[in-house]
Design a protein around this ligand. Sequence first.
Ligand code: NAD
Length: 458
Amino acid sequence: MKNRFEKTVDNQRRYFNTGKSKELSFRKSNLKKLHSLIKNNEGLFYEAIYKDFKKSAYDTYLTELGIIYHEIKLAIKRLPQWTGRQKKNTGLINFPGRSYLVPEPLGTCLVIGAWNYPYQLSILPAVSAMAAGNTVIIKPSELAKNTSGIMAKTINSNFDPEFLHIIEGGVEETTALLKNKFDKIFYTGSSAVGKIIMKAASGHLTPVVLELGGKSPAIIMEDANIKMAAKRIVYGKFINAGQTCVAPDYILIKKETKERFIEEVKKQIIEVHGKNPIDSEAFARIITQKHFNRLTKLIDGSKVVAGGKYVEEDKFIAPTLLDNVGWDDAVMQQEIFGPILPIVEFDNLDDAISKVKERDKPLALYIFSKNTKDINKICKEISFGGGMINDTILHLANADLPFGGVGYSGMGNYHGKFGFDTFSHHKSLIYKTNLFEPFIKFPPYTKIKFKIAKLLMG
Ligand code: NAD
């Protein structure tokens, strides 16, 4: 049965089969075009994101557009290296011969973006897919409708839809899109919807990358630099009003250190957002009423030690600290994804590690300590997507490191060369000479041939 987007997908596949998107010059010129399109429309991109959730131009540049520009420039610079074949060992069985790994694009890819970093999460995977020589359809999140609109307007009026196209919409449109056969689906969003995407993809045996979320802990040891920890946790937690997949979701801290930490966090919130964070130009709003309602229900008034205020008409929730939180509290049962930071005490590091391990593998984990033994112990015992020692969230800004989750926090990764690889197939090729053929390969199978084969193969 025909579906709504079949023609768009078919046209992209036909275009891919012409081989045009595979040419190195094509990849570079289209990446350059995308870069200058966004640059020339930067003002409109800032306006749109402010309308969606009052995110400042400064934060948008640092956490979205700047990262996109960097990724595009890196791809353009490194493409000759990335697209080249890699020489590999050949081994005795194929001697004499030469072995290579040759990257090739997969075909027509679908990128489904989330709303919290609407530009980065839609455009960055598309940059990797384009760099790898694919055609791409992007479906941004409908929850950030102004940013979705400006991306669609800018890209669709400047790119050939057979190569790069944005389809706007929500569940209905995504469901229709997923009926089509893609060569890769790259999804960013919740684990619940991740399951729907994977199920739909399995119908066509399409490989998926799932960039999901989860509860990412920040573990603060007694020897940590508490002032610096508070500064960096306030940054990572409250940027984008906590609507960041890798934001520290909760704090695990020793009792003796807790009071000092709380005082430093309170000071730091005032330092960066003032006494009235509602007036701070650097403090974003909650994306929808539904998320606002979900978050305000998580604020247990009896546990608030900072913030706790909210203004419904503005979808504003103040940076909020909750003390004496237990593992069974409501706030510990779901990813918070908002400006609420619960503090959970621990006495013994082994117990704290066990508690984290009883839950799904986190997307990120942060350790604040100077003690190498403790740091190594935590890193060795807990599986998580990626993380930082003595800082938060910025590991994702290093394009030389892959970004992705593990287990319930996701599968696959991207950024820099890792993104290129994610959207490529690495073809194995062995070139043989016609000089000679080892006689032991062929019957008759004599005892002496068997002995030689055993000697050669081990
Ligand atoms: P979401 O899963 O609700 O939506 C993401 C995308 O899925 C949207 O484009 C949406 O239109 C589509 N979608 C929603 N319901 C669908 C359905 N039933 N069928 C098909 N498509 C559907 O996620 P969200 O609420 O926008 O994002 C929040 C979650 O995403 C958090 O868990 C967060 O941690 C995670 N996240 C992860 C990363 C990462 O890089 N790992 C980045 C940002 C957000």
